[in-house]
Write a protein that binds this ligand. Sequence first.
Ligand SMILES: *[C@@H]1O[C@H](CO)[C@@H](O)[C@H](O)[C@H]1NC(C)=O
Ligand SMILES: *[C@@H]1O[C@H](CO)[C@@H](O)[C@H](O)[C@H]1NC(C)=O
Ligand SMILES: *[C@@H]1O[C@H](CO)[C@@H](O)[C@H](O)[C@H]1NC(C)=O
Ligand SMILES: *[C@@H]1O[C@H](CO)[C@@H](O)[C@H](O)[C@H]1NC(C)=O
Length: 413
Amino acid sequence: MKCLCLIAFLAIVIAPSYSDPGEEADGFVSRKGVQFILNGKPFHANGFNAYWLMYEATDPATRFKITYAFQNATMHGLTIARTWGFHDGGYRALQIAPGIYDELTFKGLDFAIAEAKRLGIKMIITFVNNYSDFGGRKQYVEWAKTTGQNVSSDDDFYTNPLIKQYYKNHVKTMVNRVNTFTQVAYKDEPAIMAWEIMNEPQCKADISGKTLTAWITEMAPYVKSLDSKHLLSTGLEGFYGDSSPQKKTSLNPDAANVLGTDFIANHNLDAIDFASIHAYPDSWFPNLDEKSRLDYLKNWIEGHLEDAQNILKKPLILGEFGKPSNTPGYTLAQRDAVFNVALDTIYASAQKGGPATGALFWHLISDNMTNFKDSLSIVLSDKTSTVSIIGQQSHKLRLIGGKGKLLSRKIKN
Ligand SMILES: *[C@@H]1O[C@H](CO)[C@@H](O)[C@H](O)[C@H]1NC(C)=O
Ligand SMILES: *[C@@H]1O[C@H](CO)[C@@H](O)[C@H](O)[C@H]1NC(C)=O
Ligand SMILES: *[C@@H]1O[C@H](CO)[C@@H](O)[C@H](O)[C@H]1NC(C)=O
Ligand SMILES: *[C@@H]1O[C@H](CO)[C@@H](O)[C@H](O)[C@H]1NC(C)=O
């Protein structure tokens, strides 16, 4: 359905928007009803995940990878970067031990934020991982155990008072950090769009979802008490719980019913500004055929958009999606279809004023980043058909509202 005139039309847009990205990125992103607002206008944007930003920027010799990734991203209309604001223990840790931070690693995150600011990218930064990559809940539990706390399961993270204090301390350190490149405190930095309370929180110890909801109910207002300027979300995958018995049956993969999350209850809190969902039909339904997975992907996104509109009354971001190249029978055309369905579904809601704000694919790497290359990584300079789809959809999304008018004036001239 895409005509050549649209592509030509888009080509005209790219050059001017690249030369002054900072201008339109200026303000803080805020929320009004189901929409985000930036500089007085509704804000829609696609983006990408790049969890490696701080890691690669810790070494000044590899900082150029961040710059390249951001420059290439904005050229493809991608202006939201989701990344990790944690690395608990291990090589190049940010938090070496509870409350102890490595200044070189923190400077790496400073650099990524400073580059985002310079190049017109808005960042979504996550405070901790559900899983053990880069430390995560498991590392927090280990730290508590070494001080003699009676903890054993990763899920003690949500209830042990000392661990909850460790988490709060990390939040406090992050929001009060003064960027060594810009001299702006993170809590005052408009290049940061939002914080996420955790990446993909789950709590199998309490499948009712109540433990996780209680934890978010405590932590979300805590974040807001220290930083009232930024938006906050959950980092949730979006699995339904007891608040939505019907969708729990019709949309959850069976395995998700024991993960202790509840999309509605976990987001239905004043301190949570927008809804987060992820979409991985390939791993959720390994035995389903490709067509059924695509239909599911559309239903999964639309089902949550409906709730964001009617129940939560908040914007929604598709925070992660992708197509693993190691899926049996994988083809590039399949990956393109996944990107088209995800990005089209988001666009359809956004262009009629619905709660969809944008989609962030998992995940972007720069050229030659063999250390982070995997079955889901995408290199924009590869110029594949998927990369064209990303560029076209993202420019379309960003043209919703006022920017379209500005553009037609430019074209007439
Ligand atoms: C895009 O990235 C490549 C390498 O990753 C780099 O050579 C090129 O300069 C980048 N483009 C821009 C506009 O930065
Ligand atoms: C979340 O963490 C638990 C371990 O506590 C793990 O079993 C589960 O697979 C993790 N979920 C994701 C999506 O990583
Ligand atoms: C540690 O916690 C477990 C489960 O919460 C409990 O059964 C056990 O009695 C506790 N042990 C100590 C020494 O407090
Ligand atoms: C990536 O590697 C290729 C081949 O090794 C090299 O020609 C190219 O310059 C490298 N690109 C970057 C951005 O380092």
